[in-house]
Design a protein around this ligand. Structure first.
Ligand code: ATP
Ligand code: MG
Length: 404
């Protein structure tokens, strides 16, 4: 089945689209990547979205507007992916939507809301759409995240040692695929969300991220600020746990930076970058991780990778590209896989990872203009994922460069 996955994460940087051919062979899902693309949010949509997210309050009118405009933007991305990556032969679109609120209380997730009405995608592309994948896991007692854990567990099955998949998106999350303490998955804490917020605040909105980690690389870690950041109770909470902009937002940053007004932007960025590296490395060590397979926009930040490599102290880090999944599009491929499983009536969660009571078939289905969904899969559920190589393989290990 030719499937398009659409993802826009916590960073609200762009919509990622990935296309894949997915088939079941024996106990494996075989995923052949067809390519990926990134679609910018149109006009002022990104600004409008950021202005409505926590810690801001908003109105139902703004929510309706965002739901519609995001749905239309996702439809444009799906249409482009169908034409450019699938040559108009996509059979299914899987849309994560944009998380606007992840409601957690006392470590439990009580609700999660993604916007981007799928009707716009079905109407524009004519394809059946699977959307709203998180709420079913929440209703089954889970965190609704990290849903990528289902891909990670299937993909890394059989890999020696204790492999840990790491996604450096707005939030950093890990999946311990197997091993004495696995499978297990959770958000370790902030990655790009605090870095981006700090850059926006410190540059008066002139820049929206620390391009190539240049600011962080030019700064030094401020130990008292780092200690203050590490005192955040979230890090000590037991897994499964998830977090987002509801906690790590501009108001949070202003509070922790109070009293550090004298610090140059470079030192603030170096300290926040070290915070991500430290919290990820602590989580990897606690899980007995023997290697880290990294993905997400944070892998494009050499200062973050250098600090991470240092904090991991010999545990090797490689980017997911080396194992066949492009680091910038891995989450979009993960949603393609989850929607494919839904279309076949197969569960898309690992209860040990999300904390749910049972594995569940995820999502809601919006019919397209074509025929019905395929018949439910009546064989045994696949337990592995094989990524078919589409080009020459390479396995770049991250080079450790100097970090202060
Ligand atoms: N060249 C770069 N240098 C530094 N940071 C970068 C660079 N390119 C991307 N990034 C960071 O990556 C972020 C986007 O990453 P990504 O798309 O993986 O996160 P996301 O959309 O929050 O996804 P999710 O939360 O689902 O993992 C940007 O906001 C930016 O902070
Ligand atoms: Mg993104």
């Amino acid at each position: 089945m030719r499937v398009i996955g659409l993802m826009s994460g916590t960073s609200c940087d762009a919509i990622d689209a990935a296309a894949a051919d997915l088939e079941i062979e024996g106990d494996e899902v075989v995923l052949t990547p067809l390519g990926d693309l990134e679609c910018a949010f149109p006009g002022g949509l990104r600004r409008e979205l950021l202005a409505a997210l926590p810690p801001s309050s908003t109105t139902m009118a703004a929510v309706c507007r965002l739901d519609t405009l995001l749905g239309q933007a996702l439809a444009v991305a799906a249409d482009r992916a169908d034409r450019e990556l699938c040559f108009e032969a996509a059979e299914l679109v899987v849309s994560h939507g944009q998380t606007v609120y992840h409601w957690t209380e006392d470590g439990r997730v009580r609700g999660t809301l993604q916007l981007g009405r799928p009707a716009w995608i079905a109407e524009r592309t004519g394809r059946t759409v699977v959307s709203d994948l998180r709420p079913r896991d929440v209703a089954a007692g889970g965190q609704g995240a990290p849903l990528v854990s289902a891909l990670d567990v299937m993909w890394l099955r059989g890999r020696p040692g204790t492999p840990v998949a790491l996604n450096l998106g707005g939030i950093a999350n890990i999946t311990v695929a197997h091993g004495a303490r696995g499978p297990l998955a959770y958000d370790t804490g902030p990655a790009n969300v605090l870095l981006d917020t700090a850059v926006r605040e410190l540059t008066g909105g002139r820049a929206d991220h620390d391009t190539d980690g240049a600011l962080a690389a030019a700064g030094a870690v401020c130990r008292p600020l780092l200690d203050g950041l590490l005192a955040e109770p979230y890090y000590a909470r037991p897994a499964p746990k998830t977090t987002g902009r509801e906690l790590f937002n501009a108001a949070y940053l202003r509070t922790v930076l109070a009293g550090f007004g004298h610090l140059p932007a470079e030192d603030v960025l170096a300290t926040l970058t070290e915070l991500t590296a430290r919290t990820v490395a602590d989580a990897v060590r606690a899980a007995g991780g023997t290697e880290v397979i990294a993905s997400g926009g944070g892998t494009r930040n050499p200062a973050l990778l250098a600090r991470l490599a240092r904090a991991l102290d010999g545990i090797p880090v490689r980017v997911s590209d080396g194992l066949g999944l492009p680091s910038g599009a891995k989450e979009a491929y993960a949603f393609a896989l989850l929607g494919f499983l839904t279309a076949l009536g197969l569960p898309g969660t690992v209860p040990a990872c999300t904390g749910a009571r049972h594995a569940r078939v995820l999502g809601s289905i919006t019919p397209g203009l074509g025929g019905p969904l395929p018949r439910p899969w009546d064989g045994p559920a696949p337990v592995r994922l094989r990524v078919a190589r589409t080009g020459p393989s390479h396995d770049p290990q991250i080079r450790i460069t100097d970090a202060h």
